[in-house]
Design a protein around this ligand. Structure first.
Ligand code: NZQ
Ligand code: ZN
Length: 386
């Protein structure tokens, strides 16, 4: 196992009604809040009223940035930065899914930076300081509520780029599973596929961590147990609670530290979202089985066998390749059971128009992946996914 420092200082308020703490949490960091949210789901399901009522009762002043897009855009980040400067904002409070939290993170980091916010997406070492971030999560998927990452799109350049800074990790996050009751079946499925992908990206690595991998298998089993259940019964609290906590643990470093991890499917998916603005988790579900088939070889087959036996319960006393192939088949079948699209054509990507440039960009970080992938490899995976 490699050396590491484990420090995940986000304070998590988990469970029903934890929003009651929001005034106390926010007051720790300041009195002037920027409330950041998306297209209005928080108004329809009552979370907006719950939070603003508490703010009004406690004399906390707030300004609002609404309309954060799924696949949040740099243009929206810039609006938020202006608002923070103009109103003297001290705390940034995203309420929503990963897009809203990611947008808020980069706003918080860009306020004290003199240049354009896109600069710090491209190069997080330029970040000077970050306003405190407190998040209220409404969709179990990205883990942004407990991690240091933010992924921002720039439509002018067709780029979707991840950035990361330790101070962009939320100081505190409210995780109330009942807030996810209103998430659509489609977004629940996409979110579950995203959580599974975050775990798989760490699981398939060249430097092993026995303990981390057993934890990862437990998290994968949790997603498999509860993803379909949450879709069938959106108000199943236990299902929503397990997915929500799994989303945080998938990417809060716990299953990654000590291993050498270089993600494979995410860089390929981010190009799909950048060029076609598709839902992140859907792109991952389409690509994952093709990636798995592509990288299955004599070096990787034992790991796929472990995945098949420990996660999918496939009998161990068979040929390793047979187990590996069945595990890949079961992965695909699970995404299908959640009614996710399983081909790029189904999400409107019908030809190879952008594959060359997308593969070029994606492969930039894939030379050190679990199985190194060249531009041609990535193109071939896109083609197979068509
Ligand atoms: O905008 P609103 O109206 O809130 O609606 C959203 C949006 O349309 C809706 N939604 C969220 N909570 C809801 C709800 N609808 C009803 N009830 C609720 N309680 O769901 C839609 C999707 O929301 P979004 O925030 O885009 O989804 P998600 O959480 O999957 O975030 C995706 C973004 O996060 C990035 C992705 O690339 C993508 O841009 N990622 C961020 C990561 C990170 N920060 O660590 C890592 C991930 O791998 C990922 O790349
Ligand atoms: Zn993801």
């Amino acid at each position: 196992m490699e050396n590491f420092v484990y420090s995940v200082p986000t304070t998590v308020y988990f469970g029903k009604g934890q929003v009651r703490h929001i005034a106390d949490i926010v007051s720790t960091y300041g009195k002037s809040v920027l409330l950041v949210y998306g297209g209005g789901s928080i108004k329809r399901n009552g979370i907006y009223d719950a939070v603003t009522d508490i703010f009004q009762a406690n004399g906390i002043s707030y300004h609002e940035l609404s309309g954060v897009e799924p696949n949040p855009r740099i243009t929206t980040v810039r609006k938020g930065v202006e608002l923070c400067r103009k109103e003297g904002i001290e705390v940034v409070l995203p309420i929503g899914g990963g897009s809203t939290i990611d947008c808020a993170k980069v706003i918080a980091a860009a306020v004290s930076y003199e240049g354009d916010a896109w600069d710090i997406v491209l190069d997080p070492s330029k970040i000077v300081s970050v306003l405190p971030i407190v998040s209220i999560l409404t969709l179990a998927a990205t883990g942004s509520e407990m991690d240091t990452f933010a992924v921002i799109s720039n439509l002018e350049t067709n780029d979707k780029i991840g950035t990361s800074h330790e101070d962009m990790r939320p100081k505190a996050s409210i995780l109330d599973p009942s807030y996810t009751f209103s998430v659509s079946a489609y977004q629940t499925a996409a979110g579950t596929a995203d959580i599974m992908s975050h775990i798989l990206e760490c699981y398939f690595s060249n430097v092993e961590g026995f303990m981390q991998d057993r934890m990862a298998e437990g998290l994968l089993k949790t997603c498999i147990e509860f993803g379909v259940k949450a879709i069938e019964n959106p108000e199943d609290y236990e299902a929503r609670a397990n997915l929500m906590w799994a989303s945080s643990w998938a990417i809060n470093n716990f299953i990654k530290l000590g291993k050498v991890v270089q993600w494979s499917v995410h860089p390929m998916e981010h190009q799909l979202s950048a060029y076609y603005d598709i839902t992140h988790g859907v792109g991952l579900a389409i690509l994952t089985p093709h990636w798995m088939e592509y990288v299955l070889n004599d070096q990787t087959v034992e790991k796929f066998k472990a995945y098949g036996v420990n996660v999918w319960g496939i009998a161990a006393n068979q040929d390793a390749y047979a187990i590996a192939k069945e595990a890949i088949q079961k992965t695909k079948a699970y995404f299908e059971a959640m009614k996710l699209p399983m081909a790029l054509r189904e999400v409107g990507i019908c030809d190879e128009t952008h594959f060359d440039v997308m593969a070029e960009k994606a492969s930039a970080s894939l030379s050190k992946a679990y199985v190194a992938l060249s531009k041609e490899d990535v193109k071939e995976i896109y083609r197979r996914a068509l």
